[in-house]
Design a protein around this ligand. Structure first.
Ligand code: M6R
Length: 617
């Protein structure tokens, strides 16, 4: 959840650390800090713990070159142990200040280690679990070990998933990184003058596109132009770098005020990316070359379980609906944090599909491990290739949306849905449930998806007015049925995370079973109700809300006069085939949350208490 960046080279590291941290800030922004080995070989640390303003304040504090050096580490924090303040900010120093570390993950046995260290006379400066690492490593360095040996020693003492970088005053040219488990990765790269490591490849792109991802249980030592990899026994490892397809320019905001608005606007391209090389529009065919499960195995699948968290779970719910309706295989979507602990009945004929933008979400990875151990064939639908999930799954289906920086997922949801829809078609065709003609019709409709989304994006004006109105409410309900249910749930999630308005998503049919008690003038209801088989049912739900004095905003098909008469506000989306409607109603949900956040003065790129990549449970 935290962001890590480290540099060893020839240039003044201070501005480079700040730049590196900007690239990983989306992973956590409760605090920011750096440690630099200065010209006289001492470690200088500067940090700020001011929530979303931390990195900016750190950069201002460092303006004027108060410190400089050519080796350093930096960190942006998402708080787990200890509040958001200066003391708990990383990097953390060993007791004599000769070692400094920045950490991502959770040290599960930290209390036990802390007691032991305190008994030996060490006084802790923070409430974090991470500080024990600083002291374990510092003690070993003081007793004569190299920084690398000291980090290996610390790795053998801690329990839990951890990524850590460290510098030591006794080795002023070197920084060391360690990865144990799945608390977010460390990726490393070099050019002639420097070597760098970070928790995200985009921080490395100004230096190189040839990168090495650390596996769990690996240590890396970087020095100007040199990378050395080791295992936890201290034996040297040789691994060739891979060339990353990530692009630095694409990870910038461009002319947009926020990453989120840029990423919402990029959805037509993201969907095209997800269809590239898969949908052949002139022939009207579809293939998913990355999904190479044998035909016999595809025919033998008796159940599909999709899993993910948050927005990815909502994309998975859409996937389950289209797989079941097109391929006629029983399909469900399950929250990974539940799936991982309930000992589910999964076997060789269950197809498991994980959905995870980052490929690093701790609960999703654990559910995937479970499926792997149960012998289920497994695919992962993701953006970040090279991430841990690709190593667990049998098949990686990249969504190719381009990196998403905004904490709120937008384009990765539409691109995941596009990928899942294509998988549903491939499963259906391979099992002989649908034929060439039906595939041609679906592919023909999908060809229009990017331009339909582009039309929907132009609704921004209508949405601003509605956002101003919704920003006055403290409670919102989002209702949908069928394939609009995941969209309603996602609309509510977006509104909660960005505008901090209490918003609940419900199946519209569930209302009479309890939730109707909440209806009245103090709660507004957003309904996703394009024209489809369930449309009439949704009209009844709108009437029921209105009858109880509630205000209703409907996302409905343009030209729908009936909804116009019933609802207080109507966002009109283009008419399109039913299979594509969830895409078309999702975009206004995203824009609505974005605009409401702005109306309330929130920063949509840095929602409070959240981080983009949730690498801890
Ligand atoms: O990286 P993942 O897709 O696995 O992340 C799962 C969730 O944390 C994520 O979808 C989250 O709900 C969204 N960023 C919220 O907008």
């Amino acid at each position: 959840m935290c962001g890590i960046f480290a540099y060893a080279g020839t240039e003044n590291v201070v501005p480079l650390l700040i730049e590196g941290l900007r690239s990983v800030e989306y992973r956590g922004y409760d605090s920011a800090g750096i440690s630099v080995i200065d010209e006289v070989g001492e470690i200088q640390t500067v940090k700020r713990g001011d929530h979303g303003a931390s990195l900016g304040n750190l950069a201002s504090a460092l303006d004027g070159d108060s410190i400089s050096g050519v080796v350093g580490i930096g960190h942006t924090r998402w708080a787990t142990h200890g509040g958001v303040n200066h003391q708990n900010s990383h990097p953390h120093a060993s007791s004599n200040g000769s070692v400094s570390i920045a950490h991502n993950g959770i040290i599960e046995n930290f209390l036990e280690l802390k007691d032991e260290l305190m008994d030996s006379g060490i006084v802790f400066q923070s409430e974090t679990d991470s500080e024990v690492l600083a002291h374990l490593i510092g003690n070993a360095v003081t007793s004569g070990r190299s920084l690398r040996e000291a980090v290996i020693g610390a790795a053998s003492r801690i329990k839990g998933n951890t990524a850590v970088v460290a510098v030591s005053a006794s080795e002023p040219d070197v920084a060391v990184g360690l990865r144990v488990g799945t608390a977010g990765g460390i990726v490393v790269g070099k050019n002639a003058d420097a070597a760098v490591m970070a928790s995200d490849v985009i921080a490395l792109l100004p230096y190189t596109s040839e990168v090495i991802y650390l596996e769990s249980g690996e240590i890396v030592e970087i020095e100007r132009g040199v990378i050395r990899l080791f295992d936890l026994e201290g034996s040297s490892i040789s691994r060739k770098p891979i060339v990353t397809s990530q692009n630095f320019e694409a990870a910038q905001k461009g002319n947009h005020p926020h990453f989120m608005s840029k990423e919402i606007a990029e959805q037509p391209d993201a969907i095209q990316g997800a269809m590239r090389g898969r949908a052949a529009f002139t022939k009207g065919t579809l293939s998913l070359p990355e999904f190479s499960l044998a035909q016999g195995q595809i025919k033998a699948i008796d159940r599909v379980v999709l899993t993910g968290m948050g927005t990815s779970l909502h994309a998975g719910m859409f996937g389950a609906l289209v797989i079941e309706s097109l391929a006629r295989i029983p399909a469900t979507a399950e929250n990974s944090s539940e799936l991982r602990y309930r000992n589910p009945l999964i076997g060789p004929n269950t197809l498991v599909i994980a959905v995870t933008q980052s490929g690093e979400t701790a609960d999703t990875l654990a559910a995937m491990e479970h499926a792997r151990n149960a012998g289920a064939p497994q695919a992962v639908v993701l953006e970040l290739e090279g991430s841990q999930a690709t190593r667990v799954a049998d098949f990686t289906l990249p969504i190719r949306a381009g990196q998403e920086i905004g904490v709120a997922s937008t384009k990765t949801m539409t691109a995941s849905m596009t990928t899942l829809l294509q998988l549903a078609v491939v499963l259906a065709e391979t099992r002989g449930v649908i034929g060439g003609e039906q595939v041609r019709n679906i592919v023909g409709s999908m060809a229009e998806l990017p331009s339909l989304i582009a039309t929907t994006l132009s609704l921004n004006g209508q949405i601003s007015e509605l956002a101003d109105r919704l920003s006055k409410f403290e409670d919102l309900l989002y209702l949908g049925r069928g394939a609009q249910l995941p969209i309603a749930l996602e609309g509510a999630l977006k509104m909660k995370e960005l505008a901090y308005i209490h918003a609940e998503g419900y199946p519209a049919g569930e209302m009479k079973h309890g939730v109707n008690a909440l209806l009245g003038p103090d709660i507004a209801t957003v309904v996703a109700t394009p024209r489809n088989d369930l449309y009439e049912k949704m009209l009844s739900n709108i009437s029921e809300v209105k009858a109880r004095g509630g205000e209703v905003a409907a996302i409905a098909t343009e030209g729908d006069d009936t909804v116009e008469r019933l609802a207080d506000h109507v966002i009109r989306v283009p008419d399109c085939p039913e299979l594509l409607q969830p895409f078309i109603t999702l975009v206004p949900m995203q824009l609505l949350a974005y605009r409401t956040a702005l109306a309330l003065g929130r920063d949509p790129d840095k929602p409070r208490n959240l981080a983009k990549t949730v690498t801890v449970e």
